[in-house]
Design a protein. Structure first.
Length: 341
């Protein structure tokens, strides 16, 4: 009886309603899955605990979605108005039902709260042997300092696999949010205070990260890269980053050095042994990085030249000014910067 009524009821579904349902069921999850920042492949225990929490909440939500929709459809079919039927008995309030539908959601929220506290604790419990890394958000690039290793870099973070990291998050200007989706996150960098964060990369590889808090006109190009490698490769990278760049002394870079001081590049940028500006990214080993200017360009000599010719063309609003270099000057300076390894 009920099944026949249900079938008859469903037969009334119009084409637009059916299309809308299909769109929700198929298109939305597919789009979400395809997005590059969908954290479905956790690469740290902290990210895994977040993903677990996510699926628990989704599962609970869907169970209740289907229960509520089922009851709703049943009531719509079973008790719908029929021709000639008198108005049904009017009732108001049902204390027992109201208690149940208050108590059950409260119970669910308590369970979700428990799982949430566990996931949050995972992300702020810092291991004693964690590697300290200071993260500073700038409009619009990331500064990474390794205080115990004496290394500073920009936009590209390198870490050894299997070791917890003790992040200290700060901001040089406005609020930014540090986020590597596959490693777990996210956490804000707030001017005037410092936040603490941790994750332990579990597998080697390259990971994409981004600022995930609107922070001004170039928020979209505040990307970053994380390279997780074996402890041996990481140590080799640290050794390389600690060496003073050899390019400074080379005769072929004399013109570049002249341009560097003529344009006061050192007012904003540090190159160890040459200048100590702190406004822009540290360029001591600029040539060893994979991305430029918060990820707006891949780092290679051609792109570095184009960037130096007209930074505002690639990143309007960036604090890197147009120095009005001619082609030859931009090429000379780009060669020098790419040689800083
Ligand atoms: Cu920094 Cu958005």
């Amino acid at each position: 009886m009920i099944w026949r009524k249900l079938a008859r009821g469903l037969g009334r579904f119009t084409l637009p309603a059916a299309s809308a349902a299909m769109a929700i069921i198929v298109v939305v999850p597919t789009a979400a899955w395809a997005a590059p920042f969908w954290p479905v492949s956790p690469a740290s225990p902290q990210a895994r605990s977040q993903v677990t929490l996510f699926w628990i909440v989704i599962a609970i939500a869907f169970v209740f979605l289907f229960v509520v929709l089922g009851v709703l459809v049943y009531v719509m079919l079973r008790f719908r108005a029929r021709p000639g039927q008198p108005e049904p008995r009017q009732i108001y309030g049902n204390q027992r039902l109201e208690l149940w539908w208050t108590a059950i959601p409260m119970g669910i929220l308590v369970v979700i709260f428990g799982f949430t506290v566990r996931a949050v604790t995972d992300e702020t419990a810092i291991a004693a042997d964690a590697l300290p890394v200071a993260v500073v958000g700038h409009q619009w690039w990331w500064e990474f300092r390794y205080p115990t290793l004496g290394v500073t870099t920009a936009n590209e973070l390198q870490l050894p696999v299997g070791r917890a990291v003790h992040f200290t998050l700060e901001s040089a200007d406005v609020i930014h949010t540090f986020w590597f989706p596959e490693l777990g996150g996210k956490e804000q960098t707030i001017p005037g205070t410092s936040n603490v964060w941790t994750f332990t990369p579990e597998r080697a590889g390259e990971f994409e990260g981004a600022c995930s808090e609107y922070c001004g006109v170039q928020h979209a190009w505040m990307r970053m890269r994380l390279i997780v490698q074996t402890p041996q490769d990481f140590d080799a990278w640290v050794e390389q980053q600690r060496r003073p760049p050899q390019a400074i002394g080379l005769p072929e870079h004399q013109e570049a050095l002249r341009l560097w001081s003529a344009n006061a590049c050192g007012q904003c940028h540090t190159i160890a042994g040459l200048s100590s500006g702190i406004v822009g990214p540290d360029l001591t080993h600029a040539g060893s990085r994979g991305i430029l200017a918060g990820g707006v360009l891949k780092n290679d000599p051609d792109n570095m030249t184009r960037w130096l010719r007209d930074p505002q063309r690639f990143k309007p609003g960036s604090y890197m000014p147009n120095l009005h270099l001619d082609d030859q000057q931009a090429i000379a300076l780009a060669r020098f910067l790419e040689d800083l390894k």
